[in-house]
Design a protein around this ligand. Structure first.
Ligand SMILES: *[C@@H]1O[C@H](CO)[C@@H](O)[C@H](O)[C@H]1NC(C)=O
Ligand SMILES: *[C@@H]1O[C@H](CO)[C@@H](O)[C@H](O)[C@H]1NC(C)=O
Ligand SMILES: *[C@@H]1O[C@H](CO)[C@@H](O)[C@H](O)[C@H]1NC(C)=O
Ligand SMILES: *[C@@H]1O[C@H](CO)[C@@H](O)[C@H](O)[C@H]1NC(C)=O
Ligand SMILES: *[C@@H]1O[C@H](CO)[C@@H](O)[C@H](O)[C@H]1NC(C)=O
Ligand SMILES: *[C@@H]1O[C@H](CO)[C@@H](O)[C@H](O)[C@H]1NC(C)=O
Ligand SMILES: *[C@@H]1O[C@H](CO)[C@@H](O)[C@H](O)[C@H]1NC(C)=O
Length: 460
């Protein structure tokens, strides 16, 4: 069990209070998903020498390491620091200063614990979209798939609500794109709107929007948007001030990351001058105020901005991503393949299994319009057959089913209801594998012809 430290912390989280966990896939169920999606970070990147500002980079890095707490985290900056450290791993000159693999793993564990606690408490203290985006980017940089964070789809959560502020929105979209999740047309349109009115927006918002759009055009399906980057990029470059900066340290670091290697912009701004601006604003101890801002600046100085995370070598194949995208966006892509203007009825089956040894089973076959949610199917089934009576609690992101057929989840005994979506009627002699656990909650699961749903009450 590689995940022992987290396992322990998860156990206490769960024993403390499970009703707060809004994962329909319980968090302990991570053997299949997480092990598979996490790629050992050893095979990293070819190493290259640092090109610029070696002493500035080294003293900033030394400051970061000095700020590490006994729990291997950096208070509320753990995710930003980890992202920066991971991106710096491509520089051979920095190797001696960087934490070793084990240390990075300990810090990653600390971050995972932070995320789990935040998810667990999120109805008391909501996780801000930008904070969640920060975690997702760090997970991606560390070669974890944020869409399968111990069975929880963080990107789904992130995309569930549209961020109000343009800066947060751009940051969230960058995080989703970096994780190679599906970016909706509506999101792309909003980014383009911001980019096209760059003059009316703050520098950081425009820079983040350009980072998000540059990530999106890496997808071959959106190559055609490349041209729309030109004008906002030029407009941003032209805002460089005579001191080389873009108003403040954060903006300057972000603009350097956004414009980075866009060679056609060379005549509109002076990148070295922007870096010199940063160099002169470093504190004597190597810091830029705190660990978070220091990490932002480091990304700019090493020429590996947030935009580079998607390109990191994690030993995955593009196919893996495509498959994940398919699963994640299954309901959406299936319905978009069909003819949406045509309402037709489909038939699905809905089965309950009780006990790890399947001591009881009930199956019902139901017909409903194609895009009905599985939650509605459950309500229909309940009306038709009392065996399918259920109780659910309501969370901001939907219903959490905790009781079915009179069996209530028992966190203490590790008995949970797991929901599967299957291509065939479930067969007790060949129970489904954990990969077939439904990727989304009961409200977001829209039925398609030939779906077979199974709720299985089992011990984890
Ligand atoms: C991080 O913590 C510091 C001090 O503990 C606080 O000033 C800052 O606002 C926090 N930042 C965030 C994003 O929570
Ligand atoms: C860019 O800035 C650097 C450092 O401030 C300066 O040495 C250089 O001459 C500038 N380049 C141009 C083309 O202005
Ligand atoms: C969808 O169905 C409608 C009505 O049945 C039809 O007019 C339309 O051409 C169909 N669209 C596609 C893309 O098949
Ligand atoms: C779909 O099913 C409902 C009842 O389940 C029925 O009233 C309706 O006519 C059906 N629609 C089609 C197109 O078959
Ligand atoms: C389930 O089956 C296993 C072996 O097939 C047996 O050891 C175990 O006691 C059974 N559990 C229950 C609750 O019946
Ligand atoms: C369901 O359980 C009954 C016994 O109660 C058994 O005969 C039947 O084969 C089971 N069917 C399925 C599909 O699990
Ligand atoms: C299902 O599709 C119809 C027509 O496309 C639409 O009016 C309806 O709102 C959809 N229902 C859901 C639950 O998406």
């Amino acid at each position: 069990m590689v995940y022992l430290p987290l396992f322990i912390s998860l156990s206490w989280v769960i024993m403390g209070s499970t009703q707060n966990l809004e994962l329909q896939t319980p968090p302990l169920d991570f053997k299949d998903t997480t092990e598979a999606s996490r790629i050992v970070t050893e095979s990293i990147i070819e190493r290259v020498p640092v090109k610029y500002m070696e002493s500035t980079v080294k003293s900033a890095l030394t400051f970061l390491i000095s700020q590490r707490e006994n729990d291997w985290g950096w208070r509320n900056d753990t995710s930003k620091v980890l992202t920066a450290l991971r991106l710096m791993q491509s520089y051979e000159d920095l190797e001696a200063l960087l934490p070793n693999t084990l240390e990075i793993q300990l810090s990653s564990k600390q971050m995972e614990i932070e995320i789990v606690i935040k998810l667990w408490r999120h109805h008391e203290i909501p996780i801000s979209p930008s904070r969640l985006a920060e975690y997702c980017l760090a997970l991606s940089a560390l070669c974890y798939d944020p869409r399968q964070f111990h069975g929880h789809d963080l990107i789904g959560t992130l995309q569930h609500q549209e961020a109000q502020h343009d800066l947060d929105f751009a940051y969230v979209t960058l995080a989703a794109c970096t994780a190679r999740a599906h970016i909706r047309k509506k999101q792309i349109r909003r980014l383009l709107d911001i980019a096209n009115t760059a003059k009316d927006h703050n520098i950081d918002t425009v820079a983040m929007t350009i980072l998000a759009l540059r990530c999106i055009v890496m997808d071959h399906r959106h190559r055609n948007l490349q041209h729309s980057l030109r004008r906002p990029s030029i407009s941003l470059a032209k805002q460089q001030q005579s001191d080389g900066g873009f108003g403040n340290i954060y903006n300057t670091a972000l603009v350097i990351q956004a414009l980075d290697d866009l060679t056609e912009l060379k005549s509109y701004w002076n990148k070295s001058a922007a870096k010199t601006y940063l160099e002169f604003r470093q504190d004597p101890d190597g810091a830029y105020t705190d660990a978070g801002l220091t990490s932002d600046v480091l990304l700019a100085l090493i020429d590996r901005g947030l935009g580079g995370i998607r390109l990191m070598e994690c030993g995955r194949h593009d196919n893996d991503y495509e498959n994940n995208v398919e699963i994640e966006g299954l309901t959406k892509s299936l319905s978009s393949h069909g003819n949406d203007s045509e309402i037709r009825n489909v038939t699905v089956t809905y089965t309950l299994w009780i006990g790890s040894n399947i001591t009881e089973n009930f199956t019902s076959s139901l017909t409903a319009p194609r895009n009905t949610s599985f939650y509605s199917i459950m309500q229909m089934a309940m009306e038709l057959d009392p065996h399918f009576t259920f109780e659910a609690s309501e969370w901001p992101n939907g219903h959490y089913v905790h009781t079915l057929a009179g069996f209530k989840e028992e966190p203490m005994g590790y008995n949970y209801w797991l929901l599967y979506r299957l291509p065939e009627l479930p067969d007790p002699s060949a129970p489904p594998a954990n990969q077939l656990v439904a990727p989304v909650g009961v409200d977001d699961l829209l039925i398609e012809e030939g779906d077979h749903y199974l709720f299985w009450y089992k011990k984890l």
